[in-house]
Write a protein that binds this ligand. Sequence first.
Ligand SMILES: Nc1ncnc2c1ncn2[C@@H]1O[C@H](COP(=O)(O)OP(=O)(O)OP(=O)(O)O)[C@@H](O)[C@H]1O
Ligand SMILES: Nc1nc2c(ncn2[C@@H]2O[C@H](COP(=O)(O)O)[C@@H](O)[C@H]2O)c(=O)[nH]1
Length: 320
Amino acid sequence: MASNTQDFAIMRRILHWRHSCSMGEDTAFIVNDLQNQIGFENGFSSKFKGCKTTTTIGDKTYVIGGGNDESTLSVEVRIFYQATGNWVTPIVLGSKPNACKGFSAISLNDDRILIVKKGRTPDDCILFLEVDTWFVREQKKTRGTEVVAWSKGVMGDAEKPVVISGPSGVGKGTLISMLMKEFPYMFGFSVSHTTRAPRGMEKDGVHYHFTEQSIMDKEIKDGKFVEYASVHGNLYGTSIEAVEVVTDAGKRCILDIDVQGARSVRASSLEAILIFICPPSMKELETRLRSRGTETEEQILKRLRNAEVEMEQGKIIRHF
Ligand SMILES: Nc1ncnc2c1ncn2[C@@H]1O[C@H](COP(=O)(O)OP(=O)(O)OP(=O)(O)O)[C@@H](O)[C@H]1O
Ligand SMILES: Nc1nc2c(ncn2[C@@H]2O[C@H](COP(=O)(O)O)[C@@H](O)[C@H]2O)c(=O)[nH]1
């Protein structure tokens, strides 16, 4: 956690962090180690046959590849239930991987399968097939069927996204504006979707994508969001596209999201750095919220009540 007076200095320090979070480094290590020391095709727990891999997690075997062209990675995924002997073709979400000549697969944490393409370069993204992450479990519940999702991790020189979280009015938006102003070529803001009404100066597509509940519900169901949460009575969410727009521009993505959203990001394959901003005191938080003058009295009181809970959640060190 960071106090508000330290935040900007901390964010400046982030600029000098490279490969500092454990997950990306571990994954890069695994890939390098297996490729360099054990050998590409036979070092993994999966069985490799032509361009088809089989990876068993619990009582399910995930068969990846094996499309029409046996020499390239095809995006086909099938699941074999060992208990019943049945085959299922799951709904496959996320950006499909490009074809490549050869690949291997290994189970990570029993919730995703790491795909290692033959001939990858150090700056290539890591490719995962998520099979039991929070996102996939939510999708399975919503759709009532098997779901898997392709997602990208980072390794090499890729930059991890930064999540800025904290109670409403603490100054997250102010800090992010300062950061973007000082380092415009380095950071890009992930423009969230929300069902709340725009404030006076807010522009659609810049501050938020302002949308309607029914449209957003459908897009969530279609798997278009990395995370979403009901916050202070409105729905907010980060679309996969919002993050990709920033990373495709070669910038480090900054997300301004609430604590529930931060928790979802922590559980996802988005290998983000999570920062929680604390107010100097609850009284100062109230002063800032009131001084902004954008909420009604009722909304201010609701945000302050929620702030008490968020401050407690922010203390959970494994999230931030
Ligand atoms: N360090 C600070 N000291 C005093 N006032 C501040 C500070 N940082 C921000 N403020 C003021 O506090 C108010 C709330 O800031 P801001 O809108 O950035 O908060 P926020 O955390 O993004 O809120 P929300 O989550 O509701 O979007 C603004 O009026 C801003 O000018
Ligand atoms: N889980 C998410 N929370 C989000 C997202 N975008 C913004 N937020 C959070 O909502 C509250 C309120 O924001 P406001 O603009 O209405 O004051 C604040 O805590 C934001 O961090 C999102 O995409 N997902």
